[in-house]
Design a protein around this ligand. Structure first.
Ligand code: SF4
Length: 339
């Protein structure tokens, strides 16, 4: 059976691009993530695609209002209010994976946009055109320098799409995910879980880009693990090396209304919080079950002085309870369609 074109391109890129180049690009990608962190730490309330994939309404609201895992905490690798070694692994794995896969996709493209200096200057470079099995494509931009931003019905939206592609005259996105090999193997058998976790984010990215005038028609969720298939396995015998699952989300007009209604719910929760009425968390018995078990906030206060997720007032400062200001930056001009 023929695999998805992104799977073929990714395998080809990873096979052909020198390891030093992949390493270098992945390292630069990890370093560039500092830039998004500075923005995320700003006090402008923004609706990001990941916000919409949050299953807990309270966690979503707290993130929107800038609540750290604990009041005053600045570390990111937090789980249930404590620093977590495995969270660090997940962050770094995701960033390195993104950098490595982005390098491979760029190498196989006809052309790709590269950023030089501090990222404000852009150049278009010729790729190596390695993707010979499928129609050629261009990479128009990658995270974190490619930024989608807009304001709609009083909500500020901000997204950093991982990859923006132009292929056969159509604009597409790719959302890169590097979960554990256990998750990937589960997704290979059944993509229901993958859709539940990542589809809201895929839809929101398309929505924000389309609001900026970009004719985005689909978003590929490209999930891969750092472990390739074991030599001799059925997959390896079938010619596959990289453990990849691609799930494509096609844009539909009704998705716009879905994003707007989610945003309205967030704004309403935010207004209610300003008035001291907070959405409740999950029952306390859920503390060690998904999603509380993976949440950065602890579900219940502890005798060590940790603040429980529903003690919201302990996070609140005048800046978090102020209304959302308008975006500081104007929309980026849409990339030119060349095909
Ligand atoms: S701990 Fe559970 S209830 Fe509390 S914010 Fe996190 S996911 Fe929601």
């Amino acid at each position: 059976m023929r695999s998805h074109w992104l799977t073929d391109v990714l395998e080809q890129g990873l096979r052909e691009v020198p390891t030093e180049t992949l390493q270098d690009m992945a390292a630069r990608h990890v370093l560039s993530k500092d830039f998004t962190r500075v923005e995320a730490d700003g006090r402008v309330k923004r609706i990001s695609p990941t916000l919409l994939s949050n299953e807990c309404r309270l966690a979503r609201l707290k993130r929107y209002r800038g609540h750290a895992s604990q009041p005053g905490e600045t570390r990111r690798n937090m789980r249930q209010g404590r620093p977590s070694a495995s969270s660090s692994i997940h962050f770094i794995r995701g960033y390195f994976g993104e950098g490595m896969v982005t390098a491979a996709l760029k190498a196989c493209a006809e052309t790709y946009v590269d950023f030089v200096g501090d990222g404000t200057e852009q150049v278009t470079r010729a790729g190596q055109g390695l993707g010979t099995l499928w129609p050629a494509y261009d990479v128009l931009g990658v995270s974190p320098t490619m930024k989608f931003e807009c304001q709609v019905q009083g909500a500020n939206y901000l997204a950093y799409p991982d990859v923006v592609l132009l292929r056969e005259g159509e604009m597409e996105l790719a959302q890169l995910k590097c979960p554990s090999v256990f998750a990937i193997n589960r997704y290979r058998n059944d993509t229901t879980d993958l859709r539940r976790r990542y589809e809201p984010q895929a839809i929101a990215e398309m929505f924000i880009g389309r609001q900026m005038g970009l004719p985005i028609v689909r978003n590929h969720i490209l999930a891969y693990s750092f472990e390739g298939f074991v030599p001799g396995s059925a997959e390896a015998k079938g010619g596959l090396e990289v453990n990849v699952v691609v799930e494509t989300v096609e844009w539909r007009e009704d998705m716009e209304q879905w994003v707007l209604s989610q945003a309205e719910e967030i704004l309403e929760d935010d207004r209610n919080a300003d008035a001291g009425r907070w959405v409740p968390g999950y029952p306390q018995e859920n503390a060690n079950k998904w999603p509380c078990s993976y949440c950065s906030h602890p579900r219940v206060p502890s005798d060590t002085g940790m603040v429980g997720c529903e003690e919201n007032e302990k996070w609140e400062t005048p800046s978090t309870s102020s209304p959302s200001p308008a975006p500081m930056r104007t929309l980026a001009p849409p990339p030119q369609l060349r095909r």
